[in-house]
Write a protein that binds this ligand. Structure first.
Ligand code: DI6
Ligand code: FE
Length: 415
C-alpha cells in the first residue's frame, strides 16, 4: 500500500482486484482485472484497470494492491434480533434430550425466557452482550445490519432494546437500521388478552418509539402462535398513520395470509415465508415486496416446508437472505453459513445467495439506491475476499475468507 499525501483527487485506489459489483444484468456483475477508487466515502471510479485515466495512481491518497482478491459490496444482514440477554442453550439441550416444547415452556424456556432476561438486564448489560454478535457479523463482511426489538414486550424494555440498537450503530463502523417489533410475542401479564396487548403496542409503545426516533420500520410476528392478521392490520394501520414502513414475519409455520396483508400495506419485506402460497407470491410480485428467506430458523427448527423459491423466481419476487440472529430459533452470526444453507436447503444459486445479502437485502431495507451494489456515486461499503470465485462464498462450510472490510471508504479491519 502506497500513500501519496500530495494527491487529493481520490482518497483511495484499489488495484489488482476482481469485482462482483452485484449491479447490472449479469448475476454477479463481474469486472476482472479491475480498479475501484473512493472519494468522501463513495465510489468515485470503477472499471477495468486498463481503462483508468493516465496518472491514476498519483491521484489517490492511498493505493492498495489486492493481489487479485475479490471485492463485493459490504454484506447487509436485513433481519436480526441480535440485541438480547442470556441464551437458550439449556432448552436446546432439553429438546435434544427429548423434552417437548410444552415442558420447555413450563420450565421457563422459550421466547419468554429471553423476555425475562432482557427486562432484567440494564441497557449497558444488553449492549455488552450484544456487541460480540455484531462484531461477528462484521468479521464476515457485514457493513449494514437491521436490528429488531421484541424481547422487551413492555414500553420501557422495548425502548431499552432500541436504544441499545441505536448505540451499537453509533459506536461501531456499521449502519444499524432499527425495527420496532413490539408485536413479537404476548407477555405473561397479558396472557389470554392479546387484543389488549395490541392496544398497548399501538397506543403507548409506538408513540414512545417514534417520539425518540428509535426505529425506522415496524414489524409483527403474524402466526397462529403469535398475532392474527386482524391484529397485525391494527399495527400496520397505526404505522401507516405515522408514515412508518412495515415488515412482517409471515407464513413461517402456517399460511395465515400475512403476505397478502403485507402487500396491501406496501411492506418493505415479508420474512420466513415457508408456507406462502401462490396468492401471496403474486401479491408480493405485484407490489415489489422482498421475500426475506431465513434458512437458519428453518434448519434449527428442523422444519420441512421450504419457501417456494422457483415460484419467487418465476414471479420476479426479489429474494433476500438474513441470519435472523436470535437466541431461540437462529443463534447464528454467520452470513456465509446462511448463504450455504440457502443454496443447500432451499436451492438458491450461489449468485442468488450473494444477491440475498447485497442488492436484495438493500431493497428489503429500502436503501438500494445507495447500498448493496458497486456503482459510481454509491456508498463505498466493501468486503474484500481471499477466494477464487464469488461462488466460494456460498460453497464453503465454516471458514471465513474475508480479508478486509471497508465502511464508507474507511478500512475498518484488515486481516
Ligand atoms: N420467529 C422466530 O423464529 C423467532 N421469532 C419469530 O418471530 C423466535 C424467537 C425466539 O424464539 O426467541
Ligand atoms: Fe425473526
Amino acid at each position: 500500500m502506497n500513500h501519496n499525501p500530495l494527491s487529493e483527487d481520490w482518497d483511495a485506489l484499489w488495484l489488482d482486484c476482481r469485482l462482483a459489483t452485484m449491479a447490472g444484468a449479469e448475476p454477479y456483475g463481474i469486472i476482472e482485472d479491475a480498479a475501484l477508487a473512493v472519494k468522501d466515502g463513495r465510489i468515485a471510479w470503477i472499471g477495468a484497470a486498463s481503462d483508468l485515466p493516465a496518472g491514476a495512481e498519483d491521484r489517490a491518497g492511498t493505493v492498495r494492491r489486492l493481489r487479485n482478491a475479490w471485492i463485493t459490496p459490504g454484506l447487509i444482514d436485513c433481519h436480526t434480533h441480535l440485541v438480547y440477554a442470556g441464551n437458550r442453550a439449556r432448552e436446546f439441550e432439553m429438546r435434544l434430550n427429548g423434552a417437548t416444547y410444552e415442558e420447555i415452556a413450563r420450565s421457563g424456556g422459550g421466547i419468554l425466557s429471553t423476555v425475562k432476561a432482557v427486562r432484567a438486564a440494564s441497557e449497558e448489560e444488553l449492549l455488552v452482550q450484544s456487541l460480540p454478535r455484531l462484531q461477528a457479523l462484521q468479521s464476515e463482511g457485514v457493513t449494514t445490519v437491521e436490528i429488531k426489538s421484541g424481547y422487551g414486550l413492555d414500553t420501557a424494555s422495548e425502548l431499552k432494546m432500541l436504544r441499545v440498537a441505536q448505540r451499537l450503530g453509533r459506536k461501531n463502523p456499521v449502519t444499524v437500521h432499527a425495527t420496532f417489533l413490539g408485536a413479537h410475542a404476548l407477555p405473561p401479564e397479558f396472557k389470554d388478552r392479546s387484543d389488549a396487548y395490541i392496544d398497548l403496542v399501538i397506543e403507548e409503545m409506538l408513540p414512545a418509539v417514534t417520539s425518540e426516533n428509535l426505529a425506522g420500520a415496524v414489524d409483527v410476528f403474524c402466526e397462529n402462535i403469535a398475532f392474527s392478521v386482524t391484529q397485525t392490520e391494527r399495527v400496520f394501520k397505526a404505522a401507516r398513520k405515522i408514515g412508518m414502513p412495515v415488515k412482517l414475519h409471515a407464513e413461517q409455520l402456517s399460511d395465515q395470509k400475512g403476505a397478502l396483508l403485507a402487500a396491501r400495506y406496501d411492506a418493505l419485506s415479508v420474512d420466513h415465508v415457508e408456507y406462502i402460497q401462490e396468492d401471496g407470491v403474486n401479491a408480493l410480485a405485484e407490489k415489489g415486496v422482498v421475500a426475506v428467506l431465513l434458512p437458519g430458523a428453518f434448519y434449527f427448527l428442523h422444519e420441512t416446508q421450504k419457501p417456494p423459491v422457483e415460484k419467487f423466481r418465476q414471479a420476479g419476487v426479489p429474494m433476500a437472505l438474513a441470519t435472523d440472529c436470535n437466541p431461540g430459533t437462529s443463534p447464528c452470526t454467520s452470513p456465509l453459513l446462511m448463504m450455504n444453507m440457502a443454496c443447500v436447503l432451499f436451492g438458491l444459486t450461489p449468485a442468488e445467495a450473494l444477491a440475498g445479502f447485497t442488492r436484495n437485502a438493500a431493497r428489503a431495507l429500502n436503501i438500494h439506491a445507495d447500498h448493496g451494489s458497486l456503482v459510481v456515486g454509491r456508498a463505498a461499503d466493501l468486503a474484500v475476499w481471499d477466494i477464487d470465485a464469488p461462488a466460494d462464498l456460498a460453497y464453503r462450510l465454516g471458514s471465513n475468507p474475508c480479508r478486509t472490510v471497508v465502511k464508507a471508504g474507511e478500512v475498518i479491519f484488515d486481516r
